[in-house]
Design a protein around this ligand. Structure first.
Ligand code: ATP
Length: 369
């Protein structure tokens, strides 16, 4: 087991493409860290640099107490599980799992012991003599993990290991991986573009975009306190709703205003205090962010902090319903508990309440206030 520390790591590919910028991160010993971000954001490049499969252009990478910049992959004691599993088709499961130990000249008896132990942990001990083509997708995935486990590495690295599985199996394997981490307690670094996978697996998440870290935090932190508009929009399904607005602070109240709404934030609200600290009394170019679960259909008369809208479609996601609406301030989605009181239908005019305790405000650069 070991910590992994990246300091100011940069990657510029031979063609001049700057794939990773100033990546600084400490993955603690035994932590499950997930790198998440859209395709091409540099997740795999970063992971491959840690494994030593890709050179680094500058900065340092430390695994345990060793700087590994110049240490070849085979001597870094990290094990990687790839998306396509990379199993040898002509070898049995047992042979696939034994191979790396054989190459390291581990005694035969010890190999047999470790393979059997890993196979039991992963529930593949009954398929040890089969070839990969005789296995289900989930079993193949387990063999790939098993092959990594037998090496007792300091760090496990997973590059989108579940993306070839069907959705149901993905969910099952996700739980299996989480259990495995609890059993082995080894440091794990896991790459995915699936934010749900990141949220459910991680102790901490690194959200990346365009080769840069956007935020590092626990799943709850990145969800409830996104550092910027990118993180706010990337984490959460359906995504956070964004509305352009202006900010006017007067007589102890902040107005968040657009054509379609005028929300009031009073003096004891954290946003009021932050705007006051920054000396902002009137300015435009802001983005208000509200998650779909922090809006609800209003009953009865018009009240404060509401937005008028027209129901477009309802998307049943039992037991919930996602209601898509349009308003003068743009389209948005709210998440209803499925009881839909009052009952609504497409085309209907409705009023929507906003939970002012859970709003987010982003400045012109997209940075959260
Ligand atoms: P995905 O989820 O699609 O795998 P990723 O976040 O893992 O994406 P990387 O594979 O790390 O992204 O790639 C980051 C960027 O670097 C991409 O724009 C990619 O095109 C570029 N890139 C990757 N490998 C090379 C290479 N060998 N030479 C030049 N550019 C590369």
């Amino acid at each position: 087991m070991a910590s992994v520390i990246l300091s100011h790591v940069e990657k510029i590919y031979d063609n001049g493409f700057h794939a990773v910028h100033d990546f600084t991160l400490e993955v603690q010993d035994g932590e499950f860290m997930v790198f998440v971000g859209p395709s091409g954001c540099g997740k795999s490049t970063t992971m491959r640099m840690i494994a030593g499969l890709e050179s680094i252009s500058s900065g340092t990478i430390q695994i345990g107490d060793r700087i590994v910049n110049r240490i070849p992959p085979k001597d870094r004691n990290v094990a990687m599980v790839f998306q396509d599993y990379a199993l040898y088709p002509h070898m049995t499961v047992r042979e696939n799992m034994s191979l790396s130990l054989k190459l390291r000249k581990v005694p035969k008896q010890e190999i047999e012991k470790r393979v059997l132990h890993a196979a039991k942990v992963l529930d593949i001990d009954h398929v040890l003599d089969r070839k990969p083509k005789e296995l289900s997708g989930g079993q193949r995935q387990r063999v790939a993990v098993g092959r990594a486990i037998v090496r007792t590495p300091d760090v496990f690295m997973f590059d989108e290991p579940l993306s070839n599985l069907d959705p149901k199996l993905r969910t099952t394997m996700r739980v299996e991986l989480k259990k495995l981490h609890l059993t082995l307690k080894t440091t794990m670094i896991y790459v995915t573009h699936d934010q749900l996978e990141a949220m459910t697996l991680a102790d901490r998440i690194v959200v990346m975009n365009q080769g840069r870290i956007q935020q590092v935090g626990t799943p709850l932190e990145v969800y409830s306190k996104p550092a910027n508009k990118f993180v706010a929009g990337f984490i959460g399904t359906p995504p956070m709703n964004f509305f352009s607005c202006e900010v006017i602070r007067e007589n102890g109240t902040v107005h968040l205003k657009s054509d379609g709404f005028d929300f009031h934030v009073n003096r004891d609200h954290p946003l009021y205090q932050k705007l006051q600290e920054r000396g902002i009394s009137a300015s435009s170019g802001w983005t208000l962010g509200i998650r779909p679960e922090h809006m609800e259909l209003a009953r009865g008369k018009a009240g404060e902090n509401q937005i008028q809208a027209i129901v477009e479609v309802m998307e049943p996601m039992a037991p919930e319903v996602f209601v898509h609406l349009t308003s003068e301030s743009g389209e948005f989605v709210l998440r209803d508990d499925g009881l839909l009181k009052p009952v609504i239908r497409p085309g209907q005019k409705v009023k929507v309440n906003v939970d002012m305790d859970n709003i987010h405000l982003f400045d012109e650069e997209g940075i959260a206030l």
